[in-house]
Design a protein around this ligand. Structure first.
Ligand code: HEC
Ligand code: HEC
Length: 347
C-alpha cells in the first residue's frame, strides 16, 4: 500500500472508530418517516403516482410466449422471465464463481438478490449496484439495514423497504456468501452520460423510468435544469434483465463541469479514490447510476442513511445543496469505472 493510501485509510478508520463510539453512546433516534421532504428530487426516487394506470409492459401477456434478445441465441418464456423462483441469466458465461443459494433462490422472507440487482449485480437505477464492492463494505450495509440505520428519505420507496426486510431475514453468513460472490463480478461499464438540452419523455415502467417509444407518443423534450433523465437503451432489455444492455443518462449542458467543481471542493477523491474508483473498503462511485448516487447523498443529508460509515460523509453532504448533489452524481457517473470492466452493450 502506498504511503498516501495508508494515510487516507488511517484517517478514515480513525473517523469510523470515533463515530462507532459516538453511536454506542447515543441511542439512535427514530428514523424520519412520512411525509417525504419538500425538496425530494423525485426523478431519483421513482415515487408511485396515485391513481396512475398500471405501468405498461413490453413483454407479451402470454406466459408461454418465447422471448429472444439480440446478441444471444438463448431464449426464455415470459413465464420463466417473471422470475418467481430463480432469475434467468442470458449470459451465464460472463459470471465468475458460483452464485450462492441466497442470491440464486433467496429464502422465506428474502427474494433472490438477482431479482432486483440482476445476475451480474450491476443493478438498476431504482435499486443499487452491488457488484465489485469490498465485502467488508457490503456486509456493513446489510448490517445497517438490519439495525434500522439505513432507510429511504422517501417512505413511499417500496423496494428500499423490501431491502430492509430482506436484510432482517438473512444471516451474516448469507450476507458474506453474497458479498464474496458479487465482489468477484466485474465492474459494470454500461452507462453513457450525455449533456443535452433535451431528453426522452419518460414514464414509470417496471419500477424505473423508461423512454416512451415514438409509436406510443414518445419524443425528445426539454430537460429541466434540476434533473437527470436516466433510461435503459432498450425497454425490453431492461424488463428481461439483459446484463449487457447499456443505460444513458441525459444531463443539462454544463452539469459535468459543475459536478467536477463540487467533487474538488468536497474532496470526494480523498476517500473514494482520485477517479472515484473506490479505495480499500470505501465504495467506488465512478460509472454508477447517477439516480442511485443522488439518492444516497440525499438520504445521508436527510439522516435516513446513517450507519457508522455514513458518519464520515456527514461534512460533505452537509455542505452540498440538492443541485450540487445532482451535478456531482452526474460527474461521478461520467467517469470510467476501474478495470477490469465488462464491455458496455451496444444496444
Ligand atoms: C426487491 C428488490 C431487492 C431484492 C430482492 C434485493 N435487494 Fe438489495 N437493494 C434493493 C434496493 C431498492 C436497495 C437500495 C436502493 C437505495 O438505497 O436507493 C438495495 C441495496 C442493497 C445494498 C447496498 C448497496 C450500496 O452500495 O449501497 C446491498 C449490499 C444489497 N442491496 C444487497 C442485497 C442482497 C445480498 C440481496 C439478496 C439477499 C438483495 N440485496 C436483494 C432492492 C433489493
Ligand atoms: C472523509 C471520507 C469521504 C469523503 C470526503 C467522501 N466520502 Fe463518500 N463515502 C465515504 C464512506 C466511508 C462511505 C460509506 C458510507 C456507508 O457505509 O454508509 C461513503 C459512501 C458514499 C456513497 C454511497 C455509495 C454506495 O454504494 O452506496 C456515495 C454516493 C458517496 N459516498 C459519494 C461521495 C461524494 C460525491 C463525495 C464528494 C462530494 C464524497 N462521497 C466524499 C467516505 C467519504
Amino acid at each position: 500500500m502506498s504511503r498516501t493510501l495508508s494515510a487516507v485509510v488511517a484517517v478514515v478508520l480513525i473517523a469510523l472508530g470515533g463515530s462507532v463510539v459516538a453511536q454506542q453512546q447515543a441511542a439512535p433516534a427514530a428514523a424520519p418517516v412520512a411525509p417525504p421532504p419538500a425538496d425530494l428530487p423525485e426523478w431519483a426516487y421513482t415515487p408511485p403516482v396515485p391513481g396512475a394506470p398500471p405501468p405498461p409492459a413490453t413483454l407479451p401477456a402470454d406466459d408461454n410466449a418465447v422471448i429472444s434478445i439480440p446478441g444471444t441465441a438463448r431464449t426464455f418464456t415470459r413465464g420463466e422471465l417473471r422470475a418467481v423462483k430463480e432469475t434467468m441469466d442470458w449470459y451465464p458465461e460472463d459470471r465468475h464463481g458460483t452464485l450462492p443459494d441466497i442470491a440464486r433462490f433467496g429464502k422465506t422472507g428474502a427474494r433472490q438478490c438477482t431479482l432486483c440487482h440482476t445476475p451480474d449485480g450491476s443493478g438498476r437505477p431504482e435499486n443499487a449496484p452491488i457488484s465489485a464492492y469490498h465485502p467488508t463494505y457490503f456486509i456493513q450495509q446489510m448490517q445497517d439495514y438490519r439495525d434500522g440505520l439505513r432507510k429511504s428519505a422517501d417512505p413511499r420507496k417500496a423496494n428500499t423497504n423490501t431491502m430492509v426486510a430482506i436484510a432482517k431475514a438473512t444471516t451474516v453468513e448469507e450476507d458474506r456468501a453474497a458479498a464474496e460472490y458479487f465482489a468477484q463480478q466485474p465492474y459494470p461499464l454500461k452507462l453513457k452520460v450525455v449533456e443535452s438540452k433535451t431528453a426522452p419523455k419518460v414514464r414509470l415502467q417496471g419500477g424505473m423510468y423508461m423512454a416512451i417509444p415514438a409509436a406510443e407518443g414518445g419524443s425528445m423534450v426539454p430537460i429541466k435544469a434540476t434533473e437527470i433523465v436516466e433510461v435503459p437503451d432498450s425497454n425490453l432489455g431492461a424488463e428481461v434483465r439483459d446484463t449487457r444492455m447499456g443505460y444513458t443518462a441525459y444531463v443539462p449542458p454544463g452539469t459535468l463541469a459543475r459536478g467536477k467543481q463540487v467533487a474538488t471542493k468536497f474532496q470526494c477523491g480523498t476517500c473514494h479514490g482520485a477517479n472515484m474508483e473506490g479505495l480499500g473498503p470505501i465504495p467506488a462511485i465512478a460509472g454508477r447510476s447517477p439516480s442511485f448516487t443522488m439518492r444516497q447523498l440525499y438520504d445521508m443529508k436527510q439522516g435516513a442513511r446513517r450507519g457508522p460509515w455514513a458518519e464520515v460523509m456527514k461534512p460533505a453532504v452537509a455542505g452540498m445543496s440538492v443541485q450540487d448533489m445532482m451535478n456531482v452524481s452526474a460527474y461521478a457517473a461520467s467517469l470510467a469505472p476501474p478495470a477490469p470492466a465488462a464491455p458496455r452493450g451496444t444496444r
